[in-house]
Design a protein around this ligand. Structure first.
Ligand code: ATP
Length: 370
């Protein structure tokens, strides 16, 4: 897998902010990180995505120097992190809990780290004012954390990290405590902020939409390992494992016997018939034993359309109207199939009990390992 290769820094032309090589971390019998390797480029918005307990926070903490690995190594801007104590690493962390000092004002919270570093008073004032303006919280400068909303606390926590001008900003579920609307707004703001500052952001999240919306690249983690590393589009459109296919969005899976076809495509034989699969990047002599397709890639066709290539008949079991789209649940043989259709008409096109054809375009079919 891409994220688990041994990566040498000189092979990559883009300057690297953080390199993680064969990282191990174990807590008693729990293996939190099991040989994780990845490269994070300078100026990149990188997300660690995965379910609870997969090791994302542990990886972030080890990069920050808040925890020590049991094996492997980390380089930050090319330097072995083992030689840099946590407080000297060019990284800052924003925690989900914000971790603001309750007795200090917003300004003093932001200035705290600079005072600890014995920066000159005039420079502290200047830097605090700049970061207050950047985060659009100048009017909150004299308030205490208890007098702030969740979104405002989040901005202060970010300001407190950014005032140190880190090379790398580590964000641990930074928007996790906020309601959905505010989270969506701050996702956009945080993304724009990262672009403006050019700082490398490494964000931990279990929210797949958040990762897809904000990140240049995503590492999907599972059980202390990286299952797949790639852009949002690659991860969604071309998942490599069943775990990734099912963790990121919805996916229909069909058990399949797979063999090469004469035209260069792959043929997948399933209980619902044989399907032609194009765009197969993996070695067809090691075919996967599942065929997969996203619900919105399936086309539903009414009327006398049976016998079409790459299609099967299915009965509409039910549907949910979701405003912009309708989600249909269908049954084909023993298999439940989920299909999402954009609502171009005001009413649902198909009704429960109706038999329709499901067309699975060859270019949208994916082969996955068992
Ligand atoms: P979440 O999204 O719930 O925060 P996570 O992916 O960030 O999960 P980690 O916090 O990295 O997961 O934990 C990975 C595994 O290591 C879990 O099984 C967890 O219980 C275990 N773990 C983490 N820290 C410790 C610790 N200090 N002592 C013992 N076990 C730990």
């Amino acid at each position: 897998m891409q994220g688990e290769r041994h990566l040498e820094p000189q092979k990559c032309s883009v300057p690297l902010a953080v390199e993680v090589v064969s990282l191990l971390r174990q807590f008693g019998s729990v293996v939190a990180l099991s040989g994780v390797s990845l490269e994070i480029r300078k100026g990149e918005f990188f997300s660690l995505l995965g379910p609870s307990g997969c090791g994302k926070t542990t990886l972030l903490r080890v990069i920050a120097g808040l925890d020590l690995p049991d094996g492997g190594l980390i380089r930050i801007s090319g330097r072995d992190a083992a030689e840099i104590p946590a407080h000297r690493r060019p990284v800052n962390t924003v925690f989900q809990s914000y971790a603001l000092f309750p007795h200090l004002t917003v300004s003093d919270n932001i200035a705290f780290g600079l005072r600890m570093k014995k920066i000159a008073a005039a420079e502290i004032v200047d830097r605090v004012q700049r970061v207050l303006a950047l985060m659009q919280i100048t009017e909150l400068a004299t308030r205490k954390p208890a007098q702030l909303s969740g979104g405002q606390k989040q901005r202060v926590a970010l300001a407190r990290a950014l005032v140190n001008e880190p090379e790398v900003l580590l964000l641990d579920e930074p928007l996790g405590a906020l309601d959905l609307q505010l989270r969506r707004q701050l996702q956009v703001e945080l993304h724009q902020l990262q672009r403006k500052l050019g700082i490398t952001f490494i964000m931990v999240t279990h929210d797949q939409e958040e990762a897809l919306v904000m990140s240049d690249r995503i590492a999907v983690m599972n059980g202390g390992k990286i299952e797949q590393l790639g852009s949002a589009r690659e991860i969604y459109e071309r998942p490599r494992t069943r775990f990734v296919a099912q963790f990121i969005g919805q996916c229909n899976l069909f058990k399949a016997d797979v063999r090469p076809a004469n035209n260069g495509d792959i043929l997948a034989r399933t209980e619902l018939g044989e399907f032609s699969v194009s765009n197969v990047s993996k070695d067809p002599t090691r075919p996967g034993s599942f065929m997969a397709i996203r619900p919105e890639k399936i086309q539903l066709l009414g009327g006398a359309t049976c016998g079409m290539k790459n299609s099967f008949a299915a009965r509409i079991e039910g549907f949910t109207y979701c405003g912009a789209e309708t989600r249909y649940r269908l049954l084909a043989g023993q298999q439940t199939v989920n299909v999402v259709v954009m609502n171009r008409e005001a009413s649902a096109v198909f009704q429960p009990g109706e038999t329709v054809q499901c067309l699975l375009p060859a270019e949208h079919l994916i082969l996955l390992d068992a």
